[in-house]
Design a protein around this ligand. Structure first.
Ligand SMILES: NC(=O)c1ccc[n+]([C@@H]2O[C@H](COP(=O)([O-])OP(=O)(O)OC[C@H]3O[C@@H](n4cnc5c(N)ncnc54)[C@H](O)[C@@H]3O)[C@@H](O)[C@H]2O)c1
Length: 339
């Protein structure tokens, strides 16, 4: 008998920390947690087995397929937007080939179990590409099918992976004698920038918001790498994790699409700085614009329309801009840094 488990890749990342803690809180501990790095002590006791491994390792995928009966896959492993732009070939390998390997594993598991395996894929607002600032301003909150012309390797990887997921669900090996579609239940969220009180991100291009806040709490000077008027949507990590749980729990018949926008608030960089200063008045927050990273953020939408998620699976963020700081970020960050 194969052991029944949930597989999480990229488990040691920011989202993995939040997801493993939330699953554990809800009584789920039969988790196989895969990452290139050793799992942090804070989460290692919340999983059944940590695996140090690479999503590109097909032999490892075969071993996992043989040993476990997978009920759901949360495929979080990725190279994020800034890192991907420095190493586009590696990003394509990890973000596309890695996803293909996990989808293939899901399809094989689905076929052997005779049912669809739930597959969660975290996509990003990086799939959007607004051609200029005028269009970004006038478009305001955009829908899932608008401006899907990403300018970054990461955005290209994410949108292609979304398409791959739908292909595996609906059309996989459609010319084979036996019908092999329907063994993957692919569900994806296009996340905005995510702000965690517990961890500091690395390698993303929306990192200016969490970096600013964590630096202020630590009493360190921070130079924001985008202009004051820069605006993209954000949400807190607990809301990101709730969104994943809500979407994964939703009855399939309610889902009218496989990829959904979610958002909670969309402040400008100046508003983020003001809000941070209101809690840490002595913080030193300057600006040192990185033109190249600025151009990437300028190509991302000012906000996104998440009405489909609200209608189909009752998505509702818990934190708005005010309560994100007052109830989640500040109490946790001040406790972590002892300020
Ligand atoms: N954090 C955000 O703001 C945000 C926004 C939108 C989407 N996302 C997506 O959510 C997912 C998780 O993001 P995160 O913030 O936790 O990122 P992260 O960088 O903190 O974590 C990614 C993890 O994946 C692991 N990893 C990288 N390459 C791997 C490989 N080849 N094999 C196995 N593991 C590998 C890394 O070691 C790391 O622990 C990613 O797919 C990311 O694109 C994140």
């Amino acid at each position: 008998m194969r052991k029944p488990i949930i597989l999480i890749t990229g488990a040691n990342g920011e989202m993995g920390h939040g997801l493993i803690s939330a699953l554990n809180k809800s009584g789920i501990s039969n988790i196989i947690a895969m990452d290139l790095q050793t799992l942090d002590a804070t989460i290692s006791d919340k999983v059944m087995e940590p695996i140090i491994g690479n999503v590109l390792d097909k032999t490892l995928m075969e071993q996992i397929n043989g040993e476990y009966e997978i009920s759901a896959i949360y495929h979080l492993a990725a190279l994020l937007s800034t890192r991907a732009e420095f190493s586009p070939q590696s990003a394509h390998d990890v973000n596309v080939d890695g996803t293909l390997n996990l989808l293939t594993l899901a399809a094989e598991q689905g076929r052997s179990q005779g049912k669809a395996i739930k597959f969660f894929f975290p996509s990003s607002i990086a799939v959007y590409g607004l051609p200029n600032l005028e269009t970004k301003k006038s478009a305001a909150a955009i829908l899932e099918n608008q401006f899907c012309t990403p300018e970054t390797m990461y955005g290209c990887n994410k949108i292609y992976s979304e398409l791959l997921g739908s292909y595996f669900e609906k059309n996989y090996q459609r010319l084979a004698a036996q019908d092999l579609s329907g063994f993957v239940d692919f569900r994806s969220i296009r996340f905005p920038g995510i702000i965690s009180a517990m961890t500091i991100p690395t390698g993303g291009t929306s990192d200016f918001a969490p970096e600013m806040l964590h630096a202020a709490a630590k009493g360190e000077k921070y130079d924001c790498f985008v202009r004051d008027d820069t605006q993209i949507p954000f949400m807190t990590m607990p809301d990101a994790i709730s969104a994943i749980s809500d979407l994964m729990r939703a009855p399939k018949k309610n889902l009218t699409q496989s990829v959904y926008n979610v958002r909670a608030f969309a402040p400008t960089a100046a508003e983020l700085r003001e809000k941070t200063l209101s809690f840490f008045p002595n913080a030193k927050i300057g600006t040192e614009i990185s033109e190249k990273r600025q151009a990437i953020v300028d190509s991302w939408p000012q906000d996104c329309d998440d009405s489909a998620a609200k209608t189909d699976w009752n998505w509702q963020p818990k934190h708005d801009f005010e309560t994100a700081f007052e109830e989640y970020l500040i109490p946790n960050i001040t406790a972590i840094y002892n300020v």
